[in-house]
Design a protein around this ligand. Structure first.
Ligand code: 2P0
Length: 308
């Protein structure tokens, strides 16, 4: 039996578009940070049949088929005799599921189970979920245009993230579909240039502990990503009114000295990054709003074999 664990990652500079489907390569570099209290634990064991239990329940036929196709990348031929058990650990009420931690944990488990080379395994992970390759490492991680990952040399122990639940219902448009749809956006080429420049600038700013620069670049990348969807040929919007109202309130609080920056992914939930010395002020700010939230540290540890 192989047991692995992988953290959820949140992108500061977003991955939003593919340059290639096979291999899966991003159209711009992205940079993420790994969360300590949000992770997936996965067990892979020999079995008579192929099964997949997520949070102790058998998955739907659709998810089973998708997972089977992913496992086939590691074992192209012969009957799949494998039992997979995955658990998403998220703090109570957070409700934040993640394909990134899930595919990173599964990919590492399969890598050990089948004994493949490391390079292969990063590329195979990207086929499950592009953002999952960033969960293979801990800390701040950059996913490059050539598909490689780079752990950035930055100590994140001074910072924390608040994950705020605006709406935890399942997203209507999967990221993979959304990324295909934004390629029709009239500003897609502009996005490629702007987001690549942001990634390079952020990489530099991270090493200088300049949270203002990181925060503003993260906000820019986020709003640019969401704007691309809003002007695509078939427009779509993930953000909700409450997301924008809370974000606006944060911008106002920032004018009054609260140093904190927000981001949102393929859904309406907001994540706020801040220096831990401002934790009390952030808590005070969030308690004035009706949403549940969880504050987590970042972690240096990426996907790894389970040991405890
Ligand atoms: C990110 N997201 O950088 C961006 C921001 C969501 C919003 O990467 O098609 O599930 O499987 O490669 O990795 C989510 O997309 O997409 C994502 P696929 P994935 O975190």
């Amino acid at each position: 039996m192989i047991k692995t664990i992988a953290p959820v990652n949140i992108a500061l500079i977003k991955y939003w578009g593919k340059a290639s489907l096979d291999p899966v390569l991003p159209s711009t570099p992205s940079i993420s940070v790994a969360l300590k209290d949000f992770y997936t634990v996965t067990e892979v064991d020999q079995s008579e049949t192929f099964s997949f239990h997520l949070n102790e329940k058998p998955v739907s036929q659709e998810v089973l088929k998708k997972t089977e196709a992913f496992v086939r990348l590691f074992q192209p031929e012969g009957p799949l005799k494998l039992a997979i058990k995955s658990t998403n650990y998220v703090p109570t009420a957070a409700g934040l599921a993640s394909s990134a931690s899930g595919f990173a944990a599964l990919s590492l488990a399969l890598h050990h189970f089948y004994g493949r080379s490391l390079n292969d395994y990063v590329a195979l992970t990207a086929k499950g979920s592009g953002s999952a390759v960033r969960s293979l490492e801990g800390g701040a991680v950059m996913w490059h245009l050539d598909g490689s990952i780079e752990r950035l040399n930055i100590d994140l122990s001074a910072y924390q993230m608040a994950v705020i639940m605006i709406d935890t219902s399942p997203k209507k448009i999967p990221s993979r579909e959304a990324m295909a749809m934004v390629q029709s956006s009239p500003d897609y080429q502009g996005w490629l240039v702007r987001n690549k420049a942001r990634a390079l600038k952020l990489k530099d700013a991270l090493t200088h502990h300049d949270i203002k620069t990181w925060g503003l670049l993260m906000e820019e990348s986020t709003l640019d990503m969401h704007a691309l969807g809003a002007i695509a040929a078939a427009p779509f919007v993930y953000l909700k009114e409450a997301t924008l109202l809370l974000w606006q309130a944060l911008i106002e609080a920032r004018k009054n000295g609260l140093e904190a920056y927000a981001t949102a992914d393929a859904g309406p939930n907001l994540k706020i990054i801040f220096n831990r010395k401002n934790r009390e002020a952030i808590t005070h700010f969030l308690n004035r709003h009706p949403f549940s939230y969880v504050i987590t540290d970042f972690t240096d540890q990426g996907a790894r074999l389970w040991s405890k």
